[in-house]
Design a protein around this ligand. Structure first.
Ligand code: PSV
Ligand code: MN
Length: 427
């Protein structure tokens, strides 16, 4: 339903304005000694995965307000991701939550996905909820549990997630644990950590040798007193104790207020353990809002650390990028299109920081000019550059406008009758 013709038709409407904006930007960047074509190429190479759970309308513990034409199963979610891919040139991978989106036949799903140009990103295990038919409960944790049979069950679930992922062609497992305590005294803080560490070692041991393990931290919720993997320090300790291919995953909503997230990113780069990101934004807690909607400068500063580390070789390759948002009041496809555009723009801004000038001002303690060098890039309107990258990939100058013009949502609404699949809980 989104064909090259649909995209061309939309692009024609914006072409003249885009050309004029791009010409101006091109001139501005050349004046600064930058190469706009090289930046477009790097933005075009930016790949971010979409999570299977963000394609349906999300909700809170108080309720959920479904939209029209929501995907009813994982195949329809893949169809929707392929729309994001076509319009943005990014998001060619989908990240599955096991068991929320566990396919009956992973090999068959892999083939169907390939036909849509979609592949599989990291698989996410889930031991933060009890699942139907499960022998033991995770009420008091999974990897941290005092009962070895519960820990064994949680490890076995992770091995199952790896099996499903291997059949799909995934190469990484992301583990986020809800483990922790709600009250002082509930758990032995050191022993809880040690049990988690030992279970991670068991999972790592069984992981294929070409897989990576991402450890995702979060300060609180569902444990409101002491979460085991609460911060980047605990995550880094665990990654180091687990093995070479274990690293830390930074979810932008998983930090206490006012934490300097770009500095966390810098630390993990220095430690050689920055594995990946879950992009979203937050005002109060783990709000799962659209990336860049609340703290756009922070998002830019994070990308700035990444661009800097990729340029000087501190980062050998880009970390794994994924979106982890809950779309409660926006059309999920539109929210993803908006998000990818924001990420492409933030990345573009980081790429146009004049690094030599910044290094010079830092070395000579010219505080004002160092800050201005960052602001210069941040305040540049790079919309035409992000659009140029998408055009190069066969995508849309304005992805949301092209999506609306295609009437995709209206068309699938007619076909997708019956109840949409709803994950047991949005976290
Ligand atoms: C936990 O809050 C989290 O960020 C993890 O990545 C989960 O997989 C995801 O959200 C579930 O919604
Ligand atoms: Mn996350």
């Amino acid at each position: 339903m989104i064909t090259p013709d649909t995209i061309d038709a939309s692009n024609r409407a914006f072409d003249e304005a885009w050309r004029s904006d791009y010409a101006h930007l091109d001139e501005q960047l050349r004046r600064r000694g930058l190469d706009p074509d090289a930046v477009v190429e790097q933005v075009a190479a930016f790949e971010v995965a979409a999570p299977s759970w963000a394609l349906g309308t999300g909700g809170t513990r108080f309720g959920r307000f479904p939209g029209r034409g929501e995907p009813r199963d994982i195949f329809e979610k893949m169809q929707d991701v392929s729309v994001v891919r076509r319009l943005t040139g990014s998001a060619s991978r989908i990240s599955l939550h096991i068991p929320w989106d566990e396919p009956d036949d992973p090999r068959d799903l892999r083939e169907q996905a390939a036909a849509l140009g979609v592949a599989f990103d990291a698989v996410n295990s889930n031991t933060f909820q009890d699942q139907a038919g499960q022998t033991s409960s995770y009420k008091f944790g999974s990897f941290q549990h005092t009962d070895p049979s519960v820990r064994k069950q949680a490890v076995a679930h992770n091995l199952h997630a790896i099996d499903v992922g291997a059949a799909l062609g995934s190469k990484a497992l992301t583990i986020w644990l809800g483990d922790g305590a709600n009250y002082p005294g509930q758990t032995h803080l050191r022993k809880a950590y040690e049990r988690v560490r030992d279970c991670l070692a068991d999972v790592y041991e069984a992981m294929p040798s070409d897989w990576n393990l991402f450890i995702e931290h979060k300060p609180f919720e569902p444990a409101f007193y002491a979460t085991v993997v609460s911060d980047w320090g605990s995550s880094l300790m665990l990654a180091r104790e687990t093995g070479e291919r274990a690293s830390c995953l930074v979810d932008l909503g998983h930090h206490l207020p006012n934490v300097n997230v770009e500095q966390v990113v810098a630390r993990l780069i220095t430690a050689g353990r920055l594995g990946g990101f879950h992009f979203n934004d937050a005002k109060y807690g783990d709000d799962d809002l659209t990336a860049g909607s609340i703290k756009p400068y922070q998002l830019f500063l994070i990308f700035n650390e990444l661009a800097d580390a990729l340029a000087d070789g501190a980062l050998p390759a880009s970390p794994s990028y994924m979106i982890d948002q809950s779309h409660n009041v926006k059309d999920p496809i539109e929210a993803l299109l908006q998000t990818v555009d924001r990420l492409q723009k933030s990345w573009a801004r980081a790429l146009i920081v004049r690094r030599d000038a910044l290094a010079h001002y830092q070395e000579t303690n010219d505080v004002l000019m160092a800050e201005e060098t960052l602001r210069e890039a941040y305040e540049t309107d790079v919309g035409a550059l992000a659009a140029a990258a998408r055009k190069r990939l066969g995508g849309a100058i304005d992805p949301v406008a092209a999506f609306r013009a295609s009437r995709y949502r209206e068309q699938v609404s007619e076909a997708r009758t019956g109840a949409a699949y709803v994950p047991p809980q949005s976290l």
